[in-house]
Design a protein around this ligand. Structure first.
Ligand SMILES: *Cc1c(COP(=O)(O)O)cnc(C)c1O
Length: 378
């Protein structure tokens, strides 16, 4: 029996969780400084939407501030409200999707700068500016070819003909977004840059321009304009999947080995018994699955142990996956207890290539069950 004065020891957090996610904040700071050095004549903002791509905006944003960032971008108003608690009061927070009508006041109250993507949004924010009798800082997004967000060129012409549509709004930035920046040879990049300049010139106000996210930073100075908005590159994702990654890896992931067993020729593994041993082998069940961000649809790829590749076998389960450990001398895994799923040599882009997706999706899927180990600057 236990009582309040002798609590049961809960075990070490890293032992209670299935796997340990290491997030190297010093690498995030390094990546910010590297990006900033690429854009000497532009502001280097930091995109921390989706909880800093799954890595924790509360931990990541203050480190980016220390590295020199003073402008942050999130997707939703809620994300901006949450971020307000983690950055300096004077830090700029821009909300990419802009507000719904009933969230404009919240933006105003908490100093969130909305991106206005439609004439409707423009109207909602103008109404609040009028009511509060003060000019509101806003960003106008222009659609330069991606057909996702932003005012069309017709909308821009409409504003040009009716400049009072901007009454009470202080346009602090005019932005657009590249559809093909990870493909430097794609002619759409230059076309979008030219349209941004052309459409912005039609507006009745002049404002700084912004086009580049992570990959755009590496397209060269023609794409930098006055502000760049990298996200993924801060977290180590390759800006051009075909080229060497200039950024430092940020995440590492180690999962506990739950069981090992010896299989004979013909034995099968996992749901659906989709994998069959062609000869004697040894397998290990490790504690990460699709609920932890490892996509079941394409269960390829590897875990690693002391530099040895351990192929993933059969289907990925919710909480576990099975790997081939025949190359590891018996007893070693059982003693060491953990294998790597992400390391400096096999990162989110490698997992993405194996799973048929992009590093962004691997990062943002990592999930909330890992024990998180934040590594700060030495
Ligand atoms: C997400 C996003 C970014 C950041 O993109 P990365 O490719 O992660 O650098 C920048 N701008 C807009 C509009 C976005 O939606």
């Amino acid at each position: 029996m236990t009582n309040a004065s002798s609590p049961v020891h809960a075990g070490w957090p890293a032992q209670r969780a299935g796997a340990v996610l290491t997030i190297n904040l010093e690498a995030v700071a390094h990546n910010y400084r590297l990006l900033k050095a690429h854009v000497p004549n532009a502001v280097c903002a930091a995109v921390v939407k989706a909880d800093a791509y799954g890595l924790g905006a509360a931990q990541v944003a203050p480190v980016l501030e220390q590295a020199g960032a003073s402008q942050f971008f999130v997707a939703h108003v809620d994300e901006g409200l949450a971020l307000r608690h983690h950055v300096r009061a004077q830090a700029g927070i821009t909300v990419l999707h802009g507000p719904r009508p009933d969230a404009v006041e919240a933006c105003l109250a908490h100093g969130l700068r909305p991106v206005l993507n439609s004439l409707d949004q423009l109207g909602w924010v103008r109404a609040v500016a009028r009511k509060n009798q003060r000019a509101l800082g806003v960003v106008l997004q222009l659609d330069t070819g991606m057909s996702r967000f932003g005012l069309s060129v017709q909308d821009v012409r409409h504003i040009a003909a009716n400049p009072d549509l901007l009454d009470g709004l202080s346009v602090e930035l005019v932005m657009s977004h590249l559809a093909c920046a990870d493909d430097p040879g794609n002619p759409a990049n230059a076309e979008q840059a030219a349209r941004l300049v052309e459409y912005a010139a039609l507006l009745p106000v002049q404002a700084p321009l912004s086009l580049a996210a992570s990959s755009g930073v590496f397209l060269g100075p023609d794409y930098h304009f006055n502000l760049v908005r990298p996200g993924a590159a801060l977290y180590g994702v390759a800006p051009d999947p075909q080229a060497t990654n200039p950024l430092r890896a940020v995440v590492g992931l180690k999962a506990h080995v739950l069981q090992t067993r010896a299989l004979s020729k013909g034995d099968r593994v996992g749901y659906g018994l989709t994998w069959q041993a062609s000869g004697p082998c040894r397998v290990a069940t490790i504690a990460a699955g699709y609920a932890d961000g490892f996509i079941r649809a394409r269960a390829r790829g590897f875990a690693w142990f002391r530099g040895q590749r351990l192929p993933i076998l059969g289907r990925i389960s919710m909480d576990s996956m099975t790997v081939d450990v025949s190359s590891i001398p018996e007893g070693q895994l059982e003693t060491d207890g953990m294998v790597e799923l992400l390391n400096d040599a096999y990162g989110v882009d490698d997992v993405a290539a194996a799973e048929g997706t992009i590093g962004y999706e691997v990062l943002t899927s990592l999930g909330h069950r890992y024990h998180r180990n934040y590594v700060h600057a030495a």
